[in-house]
Design a protein around this ligand. Structure first.
Ligand code: AMP
Length: 369
């Protein structure tokens, strides 16, 4: 492994921030590109670059400055990344971006590579929505194909009358998915290197509120060993068949002995934040190992660990949280606290699940029992 390494990141949000924290621990330099100088990661990296994500000159500057480049979000121009990958070391390349940008492309790709998404159909207009409802059935979820995240751009259709209330922007370039009455949700975060070796984050249970990740429980007491193995094996199989390199997080719905592909993201994932204190190797450690060509290490959970996301509306409650060495508060230094904006997270180590849920209820008004 090189003694000195410089890692570049497209995007300057909290994921880049935590990748940089990992790089700093190892003495690696970092460069980061974002559209605004206020982006959290730009304030702590060695070489901040302000420029449009679509601007070839800015991306080239980032690539020129670094030994290897990664990205922390999906909505980047794939064509530009494809072109730059031919000259520079953008380890993951453009393919994971391409296949995760559009929900139809993503779900077809998951199907082609051994995973099972909920039944789905393309929606382009009112007529295709009616046909999609006949095929998929109700209840169903109507989602925009692009730019939707954290439950944005989605509507649940429960009865035929709901079709009358679908907004215009959900009637073109959308997907109708079968509504899965899941028992719970999990994600599997893996890293695969160029030699085809794979490691994964221990799986946790993800609990969402209003479509946004709220809590992560590790270990996931509801997930049987058999199901855990099945999910990990399927995810490894998918990575190999897709021939993806780098980090990928896949979200699944678990129903009895079945599991359904929801979505994937070729970057560190919110559900893996717990690993900074909860594991011997964090998701950021796994990624940086891969980026710098180091040996991949299979992370292990050190103790029961729980994560709570801090959104704009939770900031005021933080002052009531009793801290001790097992309460780890991460704030992302974002300028403005807005409703539903991810401002930070708290990880609780060495804690029992019922204790954590009680704290969540008392301090943050959580309702999950
Ligand atoms: P997404 O942005 O697609 O990950 O959706 C956000 C959240 O909405 C998911 O984590 C689920 O809790 C819920 N959701 C999305 N799609 C479905 C579905 N097909 N069936 C049931 N719940 C869903």
């Amino acid at each position: 492994m090189l003694v000195s390494y410089k890692i570049g990141i497209v995007g300057g949000g909290q994921l880049a921030y935590m990748i940089i924290e990992e790089c700093k621990k190892r003495g690696f330099e970092t460069a980061c590109l974002d559209e605004t100088a206020e982006a959290p990661a730009l304030k702590i990296c060695d070489t901040p670059i302000v420029g449009k994500f679509s601007d070839v000159a800015s991306l080239t500057k980032l690539c020129e400055a670094c030994d290897v480049v990664t990205y922390e979000f999906e909505n980047i121009d794939c064509n530009v990344i494809e072109t730059l990958s031919k000259k520079y070391n953008i380890m993951q390349g453009h393919r994971p971006l391409f296949y995760s940008k559009n929900r139809i492309v993503e779900k077809n790709f998951a199907l082609d590579n051994g995973l099972t998404p909920p039944k789905f159909e393309v929606v382009m207009d009112t007529d295709s929505l009616t046909k999609a409802v006949e095929y998929v059935g109700l209840p169903a979820v109507l989602k925009t194909c692009t730019m939707g995240y954290d439950g944005k751009g989605q509507m649940v259709l429960r009865k035929l009358a709901d079709l009358e209330n679908v907004p215009q922007d959900l009637l073109c370039d959308s997907i109708l998915e079968q509504f899965i009455k899941f028992d719970f949700e999990v994600s599997c975060i893996v890293v695969r290197n160029k030699a085809g070796e794979i490691v994964h984050m221990p799986i946790g249970e993800n609990i969402h509120k209003n479509g946004i990740l709220d809590l992560c429980l590790v270990p996931p007491t509801k997930l049987s060993k058999v199901m855990e193995e099945k999910i990990i094996t399927a995810t490894y199989g998918f990575m190999a068949r897709a021939d993806f390199v780098g980090i990928l997080a896949i979200e699944y719905f678990v129903v009895g002995e079945e599991f359904f592909f929801n979505e994937m993201a070729p970057r560190p994932h919110n559900s893996g934040h717990y690993s900074i204190e909860g594991c011997d190797v964090s998701q950021y450690g796994m990624l940086v190992d891969c980026l710098c060509g180091g040996t991949l290490r299979q992370p292990k959970v050190l103790q029961d660990t729980f994560m709570k996301n801090i959104l704009g509306q939770d900031i005021g409650s933080l002052k009531n949280l009793k801290t001790n060495k097992n309460v780890h508060i991460h704030m992302y230094n974002k300028a403005e606290a807005k409703l539903n904006r991810k401002m930070g997270h708290v990880t609780f180590t060495n804690c029992k699940e019922d204790e954590f849920l009680q704290i969540n209820k008392e301090i943050f008004g959580g309702t999950h029992e």
